[in-house]
Design a protein around this ligand. Structure first.
Ligand code: AMP
Length: 302
């Protein structure tokens, strides 16, 4: 089964307590595709500028990701600057240079029309909805968003959420979206906006999947990692592992969803061990399985 992701392919300039990096490969669609590529075939729709070199695209191609949906526009690639202090859950945005992203109108290549799984990574909800409308045959749609859109584009976001089956956001975003300080109540309110399931990510503390009334939620832990070198992309890598595993199974029952929560945590935990996409580029299926088993023993009750 293949999965299509639409989102940002970017350059990131980062500072963490472990060091600094200038203009390294990043972006929500990049992290998502690398993580999902260990589970299923991945297709990407994004835009880059003329400073995006073959070696950058090569990182995705080396993982078998289909990059024909990456549009090249005149100008510079989207560039995000972020900084982290001792709290790994809190990214401080230093700058957001939209560049070619400013005029991005995603076009789904005809060859991608048979895609069954779709992930709308964090971009303008208006664009997310346009993409969803171009893909009437998808079986399941996952989505992400952020405070910027919740605050500034709420009506468009509400429309988009009606077309999203599983929304993946963090605690703060869920509370902001629902205008409620109780996480459980916020989850119920967000589910009433359309999604059939809601994954709330708690950063270094794991993630919980909530369902509409009557079905109890499920929480997956995060692995305690001694050296979180760079938290960038943890959420997108979680989404890649989560959605990639679901697409590889072709069905959507509770056992698949709960295992997908573990695979999401596994991929998020790998992403943060090194700067940028470094760790996600060279994993093996064995390493992924070993970590999955570690997660299982972490939560197993005799
Ligand atoms: P995460 O840490 O999983 O939330 O994702 C971080 C990635 O999102 C970075 O690689 C950035 O390039 C990208 N990013 C940051 N801000 C935006 C934005 N406004 N729109 C799209 N992508 C963004």
């Amino acid at each position: 089964m293949s999965i299509l992701v639409v989102g940002s392919v970017a350059f990131d300039t980062l500072a963490t307590p472990y060091g600094k990096r200038e203009k390294i490969l990043g972006g929500s669609a990049t992290y998502f595709s690398l993580a999902a590529s260990y589970f299923t075939k991945v297709r990407v729709v994004a835009v880059v500028g003329d400073d995006f070199a073959a070696e950058h695209e090569g990182v995705m191609k080396a993982r078998g990701v289909d990059t024909t949906g990456i549009e090249r526009a005149a100008g510079k690639t989207f560039h995000w600057g972020g900084e982290y202090g001792d709290n790994v859950n809190e990214a401080k945005t230093k700058f957001t240079d939209l560049n070619v992203f400013q005029n991005f109108r995603p076009q789904i290549p005809q060859a991608y029309g048979d895609t069954e799984y779709l992930f709308l990574a964090n971009i303008d909800p208006k664009l997310q909805l346009e993409v969803r409308r171009q893909m009437p045959r998808v079986k399941m749609t996952g989505g992400d968003t952020m405070n910027l859109w919740i605050n500034n584009s709420r009506p468009q976001l509400i429309e988009t959420l009606k077309k999203v089956d599983i929304l993946l956001i963090n605690d703060g975003e869920a509370k902001l979206l629902a205008s409620d300080t109780s996480l459980a109540r916020a989850a119920r309110k967000v589910l009433a906006m359309g999604p059939r399931a809601l994954v709330i990510k708690h950063g270094e503390y794991g993630a919980t999947i909530f369902f509409p009334d009557g079905v109890h939620p499920f929480r997956a832990p995060a692995l305690p990692i001694e050296e979180v070198q760079d938290p960038t992309g943890a959420g997108d890598s979680f989404a890649g592992g989560f959605m990639g595993y679901i697409a590889s199974q072709g069905k959507l029952d509770r056992p698949v969803l709960t295992r997908a929560m573990f695979y999401g945590s596994v991929m998020g935990s790998f992403a943060v061990e090194r700067f940028g996409t470094e760790r996600l580029q060279q994993l093996t299926k064995d390493e992924i399985q070993q970590r999955f088993d570690l997660f299982r023993s972490l939560t197993h009750l005799d």
